[in-house]
Design a protein around this ligand. Structure first.
Ligand code: GUN
Length: 245
């Protein structure tokens, strides 16, 4: 809904990924003036449409829309973002079909790089519902020892310097400096911060971090494309689940 410039880029990338792998995607670009009732009616129509496997509402929604009501309106079986409380709860228990796309992308990077999480000190900086909280659960399911840090954490650098695997998801440009990282750590930067019209940087100060870390993801180009790839994976899963309905 509306004209958020970042959302326009994200939606475009998602549509391109669908096209690339052969998933039909339909964009409903609703004007800012759309009411919550109209938006939820559209979601319900898509919930009941057997030709639709997955639904997502790109966030943020305008201020007059209750984000929670919108998320709750999506059929959990079609919730390819895994934002519905049913899917959030299933992440806690470990019995899930859909994994939130960004944390799923981070896990894929870790696994594909041959990094074993079991027993490692994992520090997640950020506690959002979309990234920090589910990220911590996924690392815990892999037997990591997980610490969640946030804006009220005292002695943050002491905590981050303890991390074998450090995930930065605070949304503050260049927040984690090289001297906050343990030599040889794996550093995953979830931040996408626009500091000038065409300049994106992460939450980690790449220049000071790259020589301290054993492995580090760049911004742009690291976690971002993985998020879209995981959305495609969830959509395929949704197609499989809804086929047997
Ligand atoms: N806005 C920012 N990130 C996301 C996301 O992963 N999904 C949706 N639907 N909106 C977002």
């Amino acid at each position: 809904m509306g004209e958020d410039p970042a959302s326009q880029v994200y939606v475009r990338n998602k549509k391109l990924a669908c096209e690339y792998i052969g998933i039909n995607s339909f964009e409903y670009l609703l004007p800012e003036s759309t009411t919550q009732k109209e938006l939820i009616e559209l979601i319900e129509k898509l919930n009941n449409d057997d030709t639709v496997s997955g639904i997502l509402c790109q966030l943020p929604v305008p201020e007059h829309i209750n984000e929670e009501a919108v998320i709750n309106a999506i059929d959990p079986k079609k919730d390819v973002d895994a934002f519905h409380p049913v899917n959030v709860g299933r992440i806690m228990t470990g019995n899930y079909d859909f994994v939130p796309c960004t944390p799923a992308g981070v896990m894929e990077l870790i696994n594909e790089s041959g990094i074993d999480v079991s027993g490692k000190e994992c520090v997640v900086v950020g506690r959002s519902n979309i990234v920090g909280k589910p990220m911590s659960m996924l690392l815990l399911h892999k037997n990591g020892t997980v610490t969640i840090c946030h804006s009220k954490t005292q002695n943050l650098a002491e905590k981050t310097r303890n991390a074998d695997i450090l995930v930065a998801a605070v949304g503050i440009a260049n927040f984690i400096k090289g001297d906050m990282i343990k030599p040889g750590a794996v550093v995953i930067d979830v931040g996408i911060n626009r500091i000038a019209p065409k300049v994106l940087v992460g939450d980690v100060e790449f220049e000071s971090a790259k020589d301290v870390a054993a492995a580090i993801t760049p911004v742009p180009g690291g976690v971002g494309p993985m998020t879209v790839a995981m959305l495609m994976k969830n959509t395929l899963k949704a197609a499989e689940i809804n086929k047997t309905k």
